[in-house]
Every structure is written in C-alpha cells, then in structure tokens.
Design a protein around this ligand. Structure first.
Ligand code: SIN
Length: 495
C-alpha cells in the first residue's frame, strides 16, 4: 500500500514500474537491516522515495543468484537471447515516456533529453540482440600434420556492473545488454542518486522473460565501499565493468586485480574542443552547445576545454555567448526549460570552484558565472581567456561551464589538447581535409568528433585511452568484452 501511494508521486502511466526494493533472484526485497537510501529530485530537492540501502550480505546473495542462473542462461541459444533482448527493447519503447520521466525526476535532465536517453538506452538492447547471434569463432590453419585449430567464444560468467547517475538507464543497458547477449549473468550496483531507472529496467527485463538471477540489482549508499569490494574481489565474479570517475576506476581496477578478472572501464574525460579558423563557425557553435551543455554539462564526453584559433576567436565567443545567455534553466519537466539542475551540491561547488579559480587567474566571465543560491542550479557560463594553469584545464568540470582559450597554430593546440592524463573524446572543426586527418590521428583520445560534437551511438566502439579507461563498449567490439576465446586443437585426425 505504501508503495502504491509513493509511486503516485512519480506520475507514471504504469506506476508498477516504480520499485522501492532491490531485485535479487527474481524477487523484490528490502535490505536485511531495514536501512534505506532517500532519493531526491535535484530540481526541487524534494524526496521522491526510498530504496533499500543494501550491504555485503545482499551483494553475496545477488552474486550467488547470478552464479546459479549462469549454467542455464549460458546454455540458451544465441537466437533465444536475441529474442528476449528484442522483447526487452520493445518494452522499453512501449514505456518510453514513463522511463524518460523517471530519469528527469531522479537525475534532473530535461524531459526531451531524458526521453532521448531512453531511445539511446534501448538501442543497446537492439544492438546487442544483433550481436548475440554473431559471436563467431574461427578456423586457424595448423602447421602440424593431422591437426586443425578452431576457436569458439564462451560467456565469461557472472558480471559485476557499476554505473553512474549521469545516464541512469543507458549506462546499464550498454553493459547489461552485452552481458546478457553473450550469455553472462549480472549483478548491478546503480548509483544511490538514480536507482529507480535501474529497478525499472529490472522489472522490464522480468516482463521480457529474463530468467530469475540473470539480472540482480543491489542499491547501496552507506556500504558502497564494501559492496564495490565484494563485486570486484569475489572469486565467483569473472568480470567487472564500471563507468564513473578515474579515481574510483583505479580503486576498482586494483580490487579486481586480486583475482585477475576481465575489466572494462569508462572513466573520466577532459575533452578538448578545437575550432580552427577555416571552420564553419555556425556549425562549430551549434556543436559546442550540444557537446558542452548536454545533460547540463554532466557527461564524460562533454567538451571541457574549448580552444579557438585567434582569427575566429571573437566571433565564436560572441555567437556562443548569445546562445548560452538565451538558455532557460529550470525543472526539466517544465515546457521551455532548456537545461536542468546539477545532480547535487558537490557538483555545484565544483563548477563554482572552477569559475572562481579561472577568474582569479585572469579569465573573463562572458555569461553566467554563478549558482542560484539554495538550489542545485548553476547558471550556464561562458568564460573567455582561460589561462593554461586554470584548474579546469587539468580537471573535468562536469557542469555547464564553457571555458574558451585562444590559440595560434595547429601544433600548439594539439600539444595543449594532449596535455592531460586522460583521453576519452576530442572534437575539432576544420574544412581542410589534410588537417582533419592529421589532427584526428594526433589527438590522444579514444574517440574523435571531426566537425561534429556528438559521437554517442550503440554501433560505435565507445571508450578511452590513457586514464580514461580500458576496453570498448558497444559497436562491433562491445560483446567481446563479455566473452572468452577458447582454442580447441583437434589432433590425430588421420588426414
Ligand atoms: C558518459 O558520460 O559516461 C557517457 C556518455 C555517452 O554515452 O554519450
């Protein structure tokens, strides 16, 4: 009864998608100690509801459930898993509006963007359904007489999935979709800020026919270190996949090393966005808006440092500023809002620190520059003349702050762009074909946008170099992260 009343707060067409319990072995359950996480709407700071704050005991139960489910699930045909994933995909389409609304309520991103995330999120299920039936092995000619070499692909086993709040749905399907397609079973730790999207996915998976134990969801907050440790160190788990900050990625990588697990990590970025003087400035401005301010600046692939060549600097800065000044921040459910809040106070404080630091070092505020007191909103900001030693050049802001710096030459800007420990995405605008090829090759990143500010699709290999991560998600490579290649040598064939 309490759950039905609380579910009404979310205003969904199907209130049964709102779950206030964790999901283990096909059952909705509370934390053993009765502890709860309070989830709030960042736009209003009002409580949305609670979910259980689970600990190590529930995590072990979830891992055991995933291990019990593995033999049966891994034996199903790839076609069977394809069909279940396509049903799951169809259910996400059917509940598209509700799932989008859930994201806006718990993450704050505006409703059209939240619905866009659901389209993106569902596309991973569709993509991996297609990949499930294409996990080909190989025949490798043998130098030994009477012998043949063959490889087959087998699912790695139980997978621990740890996801961030900035894409409450898509970062789960990007990992879980691949795991399920490969024949693996999963334990998912969603972030405490946005657990409802994760739990709604578990419910839709159940409705799609995913068997008990194949998807488990363990929300946690207070015990996050112990839960993360168990998910990485358990001998039962064979793979860990994480999206989040680089410091946490390093911790988890270290823990997973104790049992030499397979690991994929998508960690922080510090994306350069370069505008050369031969660029189409209208296109560059439009792309910078999308790339910098998507999710109110809270994506790992957001432009963090915007470098503009001196001849077009003033024009670019003024056109960008005009557009940013016209943004309307507010509650993402309200018509006309262009940008939502940041996720919490810590996020607001970080943007404010980056603005203050840059200004103290000589940057100029062209637009914004302040938070709205006692809220999680930061006014979208453009800074110009940001000096090289500003904190924003070495730290990811993760907020609505466009930091502009002038440059003169291609060599200079490539050096500036690569002067960071991370390398997830990089973008640049130029109409010179030679320069496009040169700069694309020289940027030390996993993904390059040449004359575009948006890369994300299920069909691309998403991932970084340097301290931005390990492995690739999506695209033709994504499913391989959840498979082992096994060699079978056939000898004595009497050929
Ligand atoms: C991320 O911010 O981690 C993911 C962004 C994306 O998939 O576009």
């Amino acid at each position: 009864m309490a759950s039905t009343q609380a579910a009404a707060v979310f205003g969904l067409k199907d209130p049964s998608l709102v779950k206030f319990q964790g999901f283990i072995d096909g059952k909705w359950i509370d934390a053993k100690n009765g502890e709860k996480i309070v989830v709030t709407n960042p736009a209003t700071r009002e409580e949305l509801g609670t979910v259980p704050d689970m600990g190590i005991a529930e995590t072990k139960e979830a891992i055991d459930a995933a291990a019990r489910a593995f033999p049966e699930w891994s034996k199903t045909t790839a076609k069977h898993r394809h069909d279940i994933l396509m049903k799951f995909f169809a259910l996400m389409q059917e509940h598209h509006d509700d799932l989008g609304r859930l994201i806006t309520l718990e993450n704050g991103k505006i409703l059209p963007e939240a619905k866009g995330e659901i389209t993106y999120s569902a596309s991973f299920l569709e993509w991996y359904a297609g990949e499930a039936v294409r996990t080909y092995g190989a025949h490798i000619p043998s130098p030994i007489p009477n012998s043949r070499n063959v490889t087959i692909k087998q699912p790695v086993g139980v997978v621990s999935i740890l996801t961030p709040w900035n894409f409450p749905s898509a970062m789960i399907t990007r990992k879980m979709g691949a795991a399920l397609a490969a024949g693996c079973t999963t334990v998912i730790k969603p972030p405490p800020e946005t657990p409802y999207s994760a739990l709604a996915l578990a419910e839709l998976g159940r409705r799609a026919g995913v068997p008990n134990g194949v998807i488990n969801v363990v929300p946690t907050q207070k015990n996050v270190i112990e839960v993360g440790k168990e998910m990485c160190e358990s001998k039962i788990v064979r793979k860990v996949t994480f999206t989040g900050s680089t410091p946490v990625a390093k911790l988890l990588y270290g823990m997973a090393a104790s049992t030499l697990k397979k690991v994929s990590i998508e960690a922080g970025g510090n994306a350069p966005f370069i505008v050369f003087d031969d660029a189409d400035i209208d296109e560059a401005v439009a792309a910078a808006i999308l790339c910098k301010f998507r999710g109110t600046g809270q994506t790992c692939v957001c432009a963090n440092r915007i470098y503009v060549q001196s001849a077009v600097y003033a024009d670019f800065a003024s056109r960008l500023s005009e557009k940013v000044a016209a943004f309307k921040v507010g509650n993402g459910l309200e018509e006309g809002t262009t940008h939502g809040p940041l996720i919490h106070d810590r996020a607001v404080e970080k943007v404010a620190r980056h603005v203050d630091d840059a200004v103290a070092r000589g940057a100029q505020v062209l637009v914004g520059g302040k938070s709205i007191p006692n809220t999680s909103f930061f006014i979208p900001t453009v800074l110009s003349d940001v000096p090289a030693d500003a904190a924003i050049n070495s730290e990811e802001t993760f907020g609505p702050l466009a930091a502009l710096t002038k440059f003169e030459t291609e060599d200079e800007v490539v050096k500036l762009a690569n002067n960071t420990d991370v390398g997830l995405a990089g973008y640049f605008f130029s109409r010179d074909v030679g320069r496009v090829w040169r700069v694309a090759e020289r940027l030390e990143v996993g993904m390059v946008g040449a004359n575009t500010g948006i890369l994300s699709q299920a069909s691309i290999p998403f991932g970084g170099v340097k301290e931005s991560g390990i492995g690739r998600e999506g695209g033709p490579h994504g499913i391989d992260e959840y498979l082992n290649t096994k060699l079978i040598v056939f000898g004595g064939l009497g050929l």
